[in-house]
Design a protein. Structure first.
Length: 181
């Protein structure tokens, strides 16, 4: 099996850049956050979808797949090398910083019949969309953060969607209301 097709590389990871280096100080900004997204293919898809919809960065909490693993980079079609990726050691603290110091609205995406449906929500121009683990969703600690709780209405007894599919739907809705500048 030609695993590497004759091409290999060794690189040193650069340290994470501070928020100020990748987040515009004013105006619209979109950040995609993953809470314990463990499947490398889902992390790669989140990165690719985030890039396609103009996210300023991807923020991943502890327990998420390595965003620089071979599989993630392949699924992201290399976007992980260009889009800022923050591996937060404390996702809750990182999200609170984005909310409090950078005027970002945190939108928690949930499977919750009491949550507001995606199409009813008037997204703020500065938004963080938080997506949860493939099995458990967003952790209880992150769910305690202030912000709208949003869901995708589903029909025909469907109880959930893949995290990457959900992200595509949410990001498309955000961009339909807040066009890229």
């Amino acid at each position: 099996f030609a695993f590497h097709c004759g091409v290999m590389a060794c690189a040193e990871r650069k340290p994470a850049e501070p928020v100020q280096s990748w987040l515009p100080a004013t105006g619209p900004a979109l950040v995609v956050a993953g809470d314990r997204v463990t499947d490398p293919e889902n992390v790669g898809a989140l990165i690719r979808i985030g890039a396609a919809f103009g996210a300023a960065a991807i923020v991943l909490g502890p327990g998420s797949a390595d965003p620089f693993s071979r599989r993630v980079l392949r699924v992201s079609m290399g976007n992980g090398l260009f889009l800022p990726i923050v591996q937060a050691s404390d996702l809750t603290a990182q999200l609170m910083e984005l909310q409090q110091a950078h005027a970002m609205q945190l939108c928690l995406t949930l499977l919750d019949p009491t949550a507001q449906t995606l199409h009813q929500h008037p997204f703020a121009p500065r938004t963080v969309l938080v997506f949860g683990n493939e099995y458990d969703g967003i952790s209880p600690v992150v769910q305690q953060l202030p912000g709208p709780r949003l869901t995708i209405p589903m029909l025909n007894g469907t109880d959930s969607l893949n995290v990457a599919v959900s992200a595509g739907i949410f990001l498309h809705q955000y961009r339909s209301l807040i066009p890229a500048g």
